[in-house]
Design a protein around this ligand. Sequence first.
Ligand code: BJW
Length: 249
Amino acid sequence: MQDVLSLAHVPPRDGRIVILTGAGISQESGLETFRDPDGIWAKVRVEDVATPEAFARDPDAVHAFYNMRRARHRTAAVAPNPAHLALARLEREWPGDMLIVTQNVDSLHERAGSTRLIHMHGVHSKARCNGCGHVVPWDGDMSTADECAGCGAPGGLRPHVVWFGEMPLELDRIQAALSTCDLFISIGTSGNVYPAAGFVKLVRRLGAAHTVEINLEPSRGASQFEESHYGTASTTVPAYVAALLAAAA
Ligand code: BJW
């Protein structure tokens, strides 16, 4: 039985929804978050694996970190959970427009059936050449011995992810969607990393959207949201989506 959840606000039926997701939505799918006490940053240092300087200094160590995570991500144990499935349902059934902007590099949203999706921090499933910028699909391990399919240079392939100090992807498209949306929902993100952490402020400054946080606990920017629902994503997100669709029917 789905939990009953009461909504503080329902956008118009033809309204535009933008949903920001973070590591918390994939936690119950068997992927670690970053900043929880047992998260990734409790085990490795950001400076050693998630900056362009780390890759320049020790590409083997950075490849090993991403190879391990990419391999985990491919295992049968990692699958979309009810929160990913509920967002795919919302895309199918919401009469208006909807876009997911995810900070996650996993492919659980697309595996759940979502198609209107931007991966602002890149994806595990692609490699990029540091020399020519060519991007290719990538499934297995990556190493300094791999050659770029675009320019043929060896040693320059890197995970197609966004590290600290690098520009997130498709920011123009994201900003356009944020400035015209009627409802902004942030799910499973701690609100520590910019520019994503600033989207709620941007939405409130640029437009008239209602803002909602769905998370395990109040995020760093919790006070900026007009409505909040706290609990695990696998229960809270399906309940929220069911209530939204019922209210709009
Ligand atoms: C659950 C749950 C369950 C758990 N159900 N919920 C000083 C001030 C301001 C900014 C800066 C500054 N110094 C530097 C900056 C910029 C920097 C930044 O933000 N640094 C901060 C740390 C201070 N940002 C950047 O460098 C970015 N680029 C940039 O700014 O470019 C310049 C620019 C942009 C735009 C305009 C102008 C200029 C790039 C950031 C790249 C982040 N990269 C990573 C790694 C990606 C690849 C990989 O996966 O390895 O992205 S870091 C990591 O953090 C990853 C995530 O996408 C990102 C966000 O983490 P997220 O998703 O929020 O996870 P957690 O773990 O933090 O939170 C999980 C939440 O879920 C928690 O709240 C839990 O409670 C909850 N939860 N279980 C529901 N079951």
